[in-house]
Design a protein around this ligand. Structure first.
Ligand SMILES: Nc1ncnc2c1ncn2[C@@H]1O[C@H](COP(=O)(O)OP(=O)(O)OP(=O)(O)O)[C@@H](O)[C@H]1O
Length: 433
């Protein structure tokens, strides 16, 4: 749980998302409300439900990104689903409870990773002991072990090859059918049960450096109590979980309701109890959804928010609109965000020792082409920047290993050379950009 104020939350989000002030403020308040709720006395705390949010805006303008970054900031379990997934032909029973089950699965993985960090120091020691045992043998004297420990810490053993028993994480069911054709071969029963019921190990050869992460995770897991992980993950989901439901406008029925519309409205009806608060059973135990924050989102080009079921409208009281991104926004997305694509490509090329410099007019040219293709082909928002950048770097990406030591300046001329032709033909850009 974060104790950041709404202003601080917005400024954290500003590092990654350009514009969309209204949406940032709404999610910041939603998060702060959770902190406020935590401060209340028990009886009142249970009465305070989250105010869920409806984000309205075209594709690729930051709806998911804002929600995902918020979840990361709050260290909250997060799940994104498309509402339309539940209308697919052949989808039986519209199992919307799977949303909560998937959220719990994600929370278990995250919680375990976080708790692993907590037991890291002890795990480091245990993992070291295993490496030293693999090198020096089980009966080595204390002095010898310490000598190896010193070498290990200094990285002098990194390329030494060791043989260790590690958990076998391959799929046990494959073992039950080794022929892969439904015919069971002759097998040792002990092997089958050993495989199917956990605790299997496998002897593997690897370098000390390679073994580091594997051994660390194994030793940390030994120190972690599964029950504690489970309880913490369930608590995190119930108190902090965030579910992002995309394409909610696509499950709106209009007044002239026909076959497919009826099924879409059915999805809204199924979603309703989750949002209103219910208990879902998962393999880790029951989960109450009352305090999970739901963020629904859609473009609402055809259907309107008022076409949603009235009960659902009532459960999504906060409405925010996100606007389409402009060419100026693209310039800022490319140059001001902490994870800007320009920084990413620069870092990637640096691994090949190719230096990249983006000039101002280069970035302007990239933004202008992205905006132009969005206008002429289809507006997919900031996602267009990905395809444009990939195309500009296509040649260089391929030849970079042969150009080690070179400096490349991405200016307007460079962008024009690699992209200009393509961007001017909407027939071509439809396929390539
Ligand atoms: N305002 C923005 N600032 C910075 N990056 C953005 C912005 N909007 C979108 N992006 C980038 O574009 C990509 C797509 O955005 P996002 O997933 O948030 O789209 P969306 O609005 O949720 O659309 P959809 O409803 O189709 O999923 C993300 O990688 C995100 O980083």
């Amino acid at each position: 749980m974060t104790d950041l104020t709404p202003r601080e939350i917005v400024s954290e989000l500003d590092r990654f998302i350009i514009g969309q002030k209204e949406a940032k403020r709404a999610v910041a308040v939603a998060l702060r409300n959770r902190w406020r709720r935590k401060q209340l006395a028990d009886d009142l705390r249970d009465e305070v439900y989250p105010k869920n949010i409806l984000m309205i805006g075209p594709t690729g303008v930051g709806k998911t990104e804002i929600s995902r970054r918020l979840a990361r900031l709050a260290k909250a379990p997060f799940l994104k689903v498309e509402a339309t997934k539940f209308t697919e032909v052949g989808y039986v029973g519209r199992d919307v409870d799977s949303i909560i089950r998937d959220l719990v699965d994600a929370a278990i993985v995250e919680t375990r990773a976080r708790m692993r960090e907590d037991v890291k120091a002890r795990a480091v020691k245990a993992a070291e002991d295993r490496v030293i045992e693999a090198i020096a043998g089980r009966d080595a004297r204390e002095q010898t072990r310490e000598m190896f420990r010193g070498k290990l810490k200094r990285g002098e053993l990194d390329s030494t090859v060791i043989e260790i028993d590690v958990a076998d994480t391959s799929n046990p069911m494959q073992m039950l059918d080794p022929t892969g054709q439904g015919q069971m071969g002759m097998m040792n029963l002990g092997e089958i049960f050993g495989k199917a019921f956990g605790g299997r190990t496998q002897r593997r050869k690897m370098t000390v450096a390679e073994s580091h992460d594997i051994l660390m995770n194994e030793e940390a897991d030994k120190l972690l109590d599964d029950e504690v992980v489970k309880a913490a993950a369930l608590e995190a989901v119930q108190q902090n979980g965030i579910v992002f439901i995309d394409e909610i406008d696509k499950v709106c029925a209009r007044s002239d309701m026909r076959g497919a519309d009826v099924s879409r409205e059915g999805v809204q009806r199924d979603l309703l109890p989750l949002i209103e608060g219910t208990t879902v059973s998962t393999k880790y135990g029951p989960v109450k959804t009352d305090h999970i924050l739901f963020i629904a989102s859609g473009a609402f080009h055809i259907a309107k928010p008022s076409d949603l079921l009235p009960e659902l409208q009532g459960r999504l009281p906060i409405r925010v609109e996100l606007r389409a991104l402009t060419e100026e926004d693209f310039v800022r997305i490319l140059s001001e965000t902490d994870n800007a694509l320009t920084l990413q490509y620069k870092a990637l090329m640096q691994t090949e020792k190719v230096g990249i410099t983006f000039t101002e007019d280069g970035i302007a040219a990239l933004a202008s082409i992205a905006a132009e293709v969005n206008r002429s082909v289809e507006n997919i928002g900031a996602r267009r920047l990905y395809t444009v950048m990939e195309r500009v770097f296509e040649e260089l990406s391929f030849h970079a290993p042969d150009r080690s030591g070179e400096e490349v300046t991405v200016d307007a001329a460079y962008v024009e050379k690699n992209l200009g032709e393509l961007a001017r033909s909407s027939d071509l850009s439809r396929y390539v950009l």
